[in-house]
Design a protein around this ligand. Structure first.
Ligand SMILES: C[S@@+](CC[C@H](N)C(=O)[O-])C[C@H]1O[C@@H](n2cnc3c(N)ncnc32)[C@H](O)[C@@H]1O
Length: 207
């Protein structure tokens, strides 16, 4: 029998962190989500922290592997005037045909997926030509910085506690390989969560 303790812990942790997530990412999300179309896919929607930022009335499909996260997501889903479809699954294998979505969203997910390149390949595949990929991700700190040293110390433990969350991924470079035209802002937050202070925030339009 497998223990769901860590999955439950992570869902409760994210749920309790929602106020803080809104506080630090809210203004960026309001700006970015304005770019979204009517048919949106969100990868790893977690407890549903992005729900308030979507345009009202749109079709939102989410793909999320954790039942524990989904429990909290579903509690909020009906309150936002969105047509929501929920899929329990992984971003590495998105069960839709190519060119299905106007927008794909990923926030704080590409750190945790097992196969980052596979997920990006899938995102690009299901996105319509002219569609937009929107992302906010924490990333590896610059070599030699204080945060890079902190990341070295916490890397393994963090990954273990937070179910595969890798604080040392150079996600911006990987996104650029799949979406060379991506507009990426690098932002350093001054949060108490030092290992995840460096972020990339941006979007890419599929050519
Ligand atoms: C840190 S949480 C972020 C949740 C939400 N996107 C947010 O911004 O609050 C990471 C989420 O990614 C999900 N996840 C992990 N691996 C995944 C995968 N391979 N495909 C899709 N989602 C995944 C986790 O279950 C979790 O809900």
């Amino acid at each position: 029998m497998t223990c769901r303790c860590k999955s439950k812990f992570n869902a409760v942790f994210m749920k309790n962190l929602e106020w803080y997530i809104h506080k630090i990412y809210g203004k960026y999300k309001r700006e970015l989500f304005n770019r979204s179309g009517n048919k949106v896919l969100e990868i790893g929607a977690g407890t549903g922290t992005n729900l308030p930022y979507y345009k009202k009335g749109i079709d939102l499909t989410i793909i999320e592997p954790s039942k524990d996260m989904l429990k909290y997501f579903l509690e909020k889903a009906g309150k936002h005037n969105l047509n929501i479809h929920v899929i329990e699954g992984f971003g590495e294998k998105i069960p839709f045909e190519e060119e299905t979505f106007d927008t794909v969203v990923s926030t704080l997910v590409l750190c945790s997926v097992k196969e980052q390149e596979e997920v990006l390949k899938e995102i690009k595949r299901v996105l319509k030509t002219g569609g937009t990929f929107i992302f906010i991700e924490h990333v590896k700190a610059p070599e030699g910085s204080f945060t890079a040293k902190v990341q070295d110390v916490f890397h393994k433990g963090w990954k273990w506690i937070f179910e595969g969350c890798d604080i040392k991924r150079d996600t911006g470079s990987t996104i650029k390989r799949f979406f060379p035209e991506a507009q990426i802002k690098q932002i350093r937050f001054n949060s108490p969560f030092i290992p995840v202070n460096y972020h990339i925030i941006g979007y890419a339009v599929k050519k």
